[in-house]
Design a protein around this ligand. Structure first.
Ligand SMILES: [Zn+2]
Length: 366
């Protein structure tokens, strides 16, 4: 009897020790991957919070992104979007939202320069590469909701010149550019408006990424038809897993991949699962990543957390826990190469291609 007990105890010990070693090995591998490869999150709404930390005007968790947390989580770079709620489509509102957005961009740039020991702005893929070596956190600017440009194409140039590298065409409602997915307007444009077509063309000429997250299906297909650059969805997930109008259908995912584009998977219960919030974990996120990989291969997936805009889950509370995603994907058999692609390789390819196409347009080649 004593012998059997001792055997069982030894087995338990061995099993326990084995499981621990294996988990440690995954952690170690994740550390290596994050140190070696560029890691990018293409969407957070944190700039507004950092610009106005004392405001209590927030409907979602705030403070999920900071430079120290990015460092802890092995996250090199993030797109910090200036978010604009959709307002009325009249000139006075268009003018004031533009002024507000530009002020937010400049306020956030000041914030970054006040933290120049920890972080720096990047404006190109080359900047990102150089800054990765410096060990500083990398900030890239973006605009969430083309409402910020109103009906004025020159305002695209103004945001580009201010450092913004993508514009999300719309948010939850129809604007002057296009229709949105969340509250699709039967009396909207039926996709891109005539002005919206000019917007996509101008963004192509500038080498600015056209972000189709939040866009309606008809808007998405109009952009696919018109845009010369690969299609980019900064924070979206899979409709076949979670039936939410913001998510992409399998056909949409295939259409985006066919342009050479990338789907940056969002985090947060709203887009991932019907499971309770208290049970939503990186496993749910990994299911979406698996599904996209199965549909179109590993070349078209990345991450756009939507932190401080509804993103996050029990084991991805903030960006200090980014490596939990890597560990989960390693456990599912993802290779180092696939993880390098997921964490930044795919997005960098799309960004570089978008810039090259702008250069070709300028040379009259496109
Ligand atoms: Zn969003």
């Amino acid at each position: 009897m004593k012998k059997i007990f001792m055997f069982a105890a030894a087995l338990l010990l061995a099993y326990g020790a084995g499981a621990q070693t294996s988990d440690e090995a995954y952690r170690k591998k994740a550390d290596e991957i994050h140190a070696k490869y560029i890691t990018i999150d293409t969407h957070n709404d944190t700039a507004m919070y950092l610009n106005h930390p004392d405001s209590d005007d927030w409907s979602v968790t705030k403070g999920q992104v900071s430079f120290p947390k990015m460092k802890e989580g092995g996250l090199d770079a993030a797109f910090f979007a200036i978010f604009l709620d959709q307002g009325p489509l009249r000139d006075s509102s268009r003018d004031s939202v533009y002024a507000y957005a530009m002020n937010e961009v400049n306020t956030f740039k000041d914030y970054v320069s006040r933290h120049s020991d920890e972080a720096a702005l990047a404006f190109s893929p080359e900047d990102v590469k150089k800054l990765k070596k410096s060990g500083k956190r990398i900030v890239i600017l973006a605009i969430e909701n083309g409402y910020a440009i109103g009906t004025d194409l020159d305002k695209i140039d103004a945001f580009y010149n201010a450092g913004c590298r993508y514009i999300t065409l719309c948010h939850n409602y129809t604007n002057d550019i296009c229709d949105a997915s969340r509250y699709e307007n039967p009396n909207g444009h039926g996709g891109l408006s005539a002005f919206g077509e000019q917007v996509v063309k101008r963004m192509n000429e500038l080498g600015m990424l056209v972000d189709v997250s939040h866009a309606s299906t008809s808007t998405l297909y109009d952009v696919i038809k018109l845009s010369k650059a690969p299609i980019f969805a900064s924070h979206s997930a899979v409709r076949a897993i979670k039936d939410h109008p913001r998510n992409l259908t399998d056909e949409e995912i295939k259409a985006i991949a066919a342009t050479g584009g990338v789907i940056q998977v969002a985090t947060g219960r709203w887009c991932l699962t019907n499971a309770p919030k208290s049970e939503t974990s990186v496993k749910h996120l990994a299911d979406h990543i698996d599904r996209i990989k199965g549909l179109v291969g590993p070349e078209h997936i990345g991450l756009g957390t939507d932190f401080d805009g509804g993103g996050g889950m029990i084991d991805l509370k903030d960006c200090s826990q980014m490596k939990n995603i890597t560990v989960e994907l390693l456990k599912r058999g993802y290779t180092e190469k696939e993880l390098a692609m997921f964490w930044g390789g795919n997005f960098m390819r799309v960004w570089k291609e978008t810039i090259k196409i702008a250069e070709d347009i300028a040379k009259g080649k496109k």
